[in-house]
Design a protein around this ligand. Structure first.
Ligand code: PLP
Length: 428
């Protein structure tokens, strides 16, 4: 037994499944999760002393790479003044100002402690604003684990949702409709019938929780149009895409402005932060400015705000995004070439610094059904081969990968070289 295996066995005695978030347990890929000791730049080190090039980046926040000295210094500086006050601090306004100035769709913003809280609160606000109950989401999108959002599609398109976890009341699920991602026609049909009942559409403007699926041209514009026609609120869940697919998020990249936006991950620079924001007239309904209740003992925590400010300031360097995107392109092109050379059916998607690879014969992958039809057994062998070779990918085939500023060309070349060998071993 190595040290990770020992620690996992111990953890399972006290923590359900040995982890504090399910996907960490390696259930999808099999085997034992590696327990991490430390992380610096593009690399993570496990408790057995092995190094890996990391494309998970704590599931997205670490866009600068791990332990960036400026972020660490900002956090240490904040810690010296106290961990939490439960009273306003200047740093909250500083981070709020940066967010409002960068995100085209945000006039006012409220900080919370996670992406889940952000989406849950945005939905309450949308329901209050429209005085309607129905929410529309898309199959394959993940918006955190609040009850209203842990709902999957019913048996046919346009039917009522069904809970995707025990414990979610059926009565609540009936208010959530799940449609097909990238299917504008279905959206239009649904809104033609029931648009006047819809409080909001919530969507990942680039889906990153069913691998990486960008929106097809016109899809986000369709959502904007049907929301305008029906008086529904359009919510972009940019917890993953915010500050990652462009300096101005997916909304800036695709030039579609939502009414509300949710943020998380990068905005907290590695500390537990989420945020929801949007049009002034809607956000002014949030307490205490308005009647929609939302609160948090640790919200706007000064240490977390310091990490967020330091991170977002560093993203302003003029070559930050072009360089990040160049490296993503280089990685994805190299992986595709390695698979092609090995004769393994494989397709990639990428946008900004998010990427995904699919074990499929299909040349383009744009929807959930295609993702579900991919060869997961092959992915699992690929994952373990790469792990052995020192490359840490997300331990499930339904996750996007992330590039950071800290990844060097050398890291990427090493990754591609490892992939060449692993792809070759996948040909049965
Ligand atoms: N929304 C999206 C798009 C996410 O990717 C996630 C988490 O991965 C969430 C919401 C939930 O965020 P958190 O895990 O911080 O609650």
């Amino acid at each position: 037994m190595n040290h990770s295996e020992q620690l996992f066995a111990q953890a399972a005695q006290f923590i359900p499944g040995g982890v504090n978030s399910p996907v960490r347990a390696f259930k999808a890929v099999g085997g034992t999760p590696i327990f991490l000791q430390s992380a610096k730049g593009a690399r993570i080190t496990d408790v057995d002393g092995k190094d890996y090039i990391d494309y998970v980046q704590s599931w997205g926040p670490m866009i600068l790479g791990h332990s960036h000295p400026d972020v660490i210094a900002a956090v240490v500086d904040a810690v010296q003044s106290g961990l939490t006050f439960g009273a306003p601090t200047e740093r909250e306004t500083q981070l709020a100002e940066i967010v409002c100035k960068r995100m085209p769709g945000i006039d006012l913003v409220r900080f919370v402690n996670s992406g889940t809280e952000a989406t849950m609160s945005a939905i309450r606000l949308a329901r209050a604003h429209t005085e309607r109950d129905t929410i529309v989401k898309f199959e394959g999108c993940y918006h955190g684990h609040s009850d209203s959002l842990l709902i999957k599609a019913g048996s046919g398109a346009l039917t009522l949702g069904v809970p995707s976890s025990p414990g979610v009341p059926k009565a609540l699920a009936e208010h959530t409709v799940t449609l097909n991602y990238n299917n504008s026609e279905q959206v239009r049909q649904f809104f033609a019938e029931k648009g006047d009942q819809v409080a909001c559409i919530i969507i990942e403007p680039v889906a990153g929780n069913m691998n990486c699926i960008p929106p097809v041209p016109g899809f986000l514009q369709t959502l904007r149009e049907v929301c305008d026609e029906s008086g529904s609120v359009l919510i972009f869940d940019e917890v993953m895409t915010g500050f990652r697919v462009s300096a101005t998020g997916a909304q800036g990249h695709y030039q579609v402005q939502p009414d509300l936006t949710t943020l998380g991950k990068v905005v907290g620079g590695g500390m537990p932060v989420g945020a929801f924001g949007g049009k002034r007239e809607i956000m002014e309904k949030v307490a205490p400015a308005g009647p929609v209740y939302q609160a948090g003992t640790l919200s706007g925590n000064p240490v977390a705000m310091a990490a967020g400010i330091a991170t977002l300031e560093l993203l302003e360097a003029p070559d930050f995004y072009p360089e990040l995107f160049r490296k993503t392109q280089k990685l994805v092109t190299g992986l595709q070439a390695a698979a092609d050379t090995a004769g393994v059916a494989f397709t990639t998607n990428h946008i900004g610094s998010m990427f995904g690879g699919f074990f499929t014969q299909e040349k383009t992958v744009t929807n959930y059904q295609q993702v579900m039809a991919c060869d997961t057994e092959r992915f699992n062998r690929f994952f373990h081969g790469m792990l052995k070779a020192g490359v840490y990918l997300a331990p499930a085939s339904y996750e996007a990968g992330f590039m950071s500023q800290a990844h060097t060309d050398n890291d990427i070349e090493q990754t591609i070289a490892a992939a060449q060998k692993v792809f070759a071993s996948l040909k049965d």
